[in-house]
Design a protein around this ligand. Structure first.
Ligand code: SAM
Length: 281
């Protein structure tokens, strides 16, 4: 690419390993007229590493409104501008929403240049279901608000993904344990693509224990993932009751519950409670 066409380019940059940037991203960053960066000093390192000499201007949460107006007027005048954040994909828990929103309202072309994002990177290696997921961003820092936010998610069937600061990690995991229960699987993905990359997926009770015991797990950049509530149990209770009833007519209660749990993939204690209720009817 020689000169980038006048447009707003949303360019993903690495989340750790400087090599995790696409050839297209380097091409765009080298050929635009100006790069808007969350922190120009931070991004200088990446740009220098890839031999990119384009001028930079800051765009962060405190100046986004007024900077967006300036940048969009430059695009209207025929310039091309790229937006980058300190790491990963702009707008994902990073500035840029107002800029993109205003650009689209003004009919200015917005071109995404995809690349690294900690949410997707963590999910892809977590071992938790990636079929359906919800990204919750950062939980509230205050304990009461965090508990309330987690309680709202207690019946969420999709894999839940959170960004968390290392200093709040233990408290956050303990709250997750209290709200979701010790059996629910969770993944701690820290320092992704970096030297001390660690990805651990365990039931919450075990995960909390190892994180408290090994303080290395409390350092660096962290993504937490929690598996969704098993939907099998909720989607087909009529079917569960039907299978249980057939078995209750043939075998003792405990065995009926155990076989039902195996056949339908539900928790044994859930099948047991249901069998008790059926027998009392
Ligand atoms: N825009 C970024 C993205 O696309 O992922 C996220 C920016 S947000 C301000 C920073 C948070 O992302 C960190 O606190 C951490 O939760 C997560 N994160 C970023 N890089 C990470 C990495 N290498 N390993 C684990 N988590 C990371």
């Amino acid at each position: 690419m020689k000169d980038a066409t006048a447009a707003l380019y949303i360019v993903a940059t690495p989340i750790g390993n400087l090599a995790d940037i696409s050839a297209r991203a380097i091409d765009v960053l080298s050929s635009v007229d100006l790069i808007a960066a969350e922190d120009t000093r931070h991004s200088k390192f990446l740009l220098q590493h890839h031999g990119i000499e384009t001028s930079t201007i800051s765009l962060h949460e405190h100046n986004e409104q007024q900077r967006s107006e300036l940048l969009l007027s430059k695009i209207v005048d025929g310039n091309s501008i790229a937006l980058i954040s300190d790491a990963g994909t702009p707008l994902i828990s990073d500035p840029g929403f107002r800029l993109v929103n205003m650009a689209r309202e003004k009919g200015i072309k917005v071109v995404p240049i995809p690349g690294a994002c900690a949410v997707i990177t963590a999910l892809s290696a977590s071992g938790l279901s990636a079929e359906r997921f919800t990204f919750e961003g950062f939980l509230p820092p205050k304990v009461t608000a965090r508990r309330q936010a987690l309680e709202k998610l207690v019946s969420e069937p999709r894999t839940m993904i959170f960004y968390e600061s290392p200093k709040r990690m233990v408290g956050c995991l303990q709250d997750m344990l209290a709200v979701f229960g010790g059996e629910r699987k969770a993944c701690l993905a820290r320092e992704l693509t970096k030297m001390f990359e660690t990805i651990v997926t365990l039931p919450l009770a075990e995960l909390v224990e190892i994180v408290i015991m090994d303080t290395n797990h409390q350092k660096g950049e962290i993504v937490l993932l929690v598996e969704g509530e098993s939907t099998v149990a909720d989607t087909d209770e009529t079917e569960q009751a039907r299978v249980l009833q057939i078995l209750l007519n043939e075998v003792p209660l405990k065995q009926a519950a155990s076989i039902t749990a195996s056949i339908l993939g539900i928790k044994k204690n859930k099948a047991y409670d249901m069998a008790l209720k059926l027998q009392q009817k």
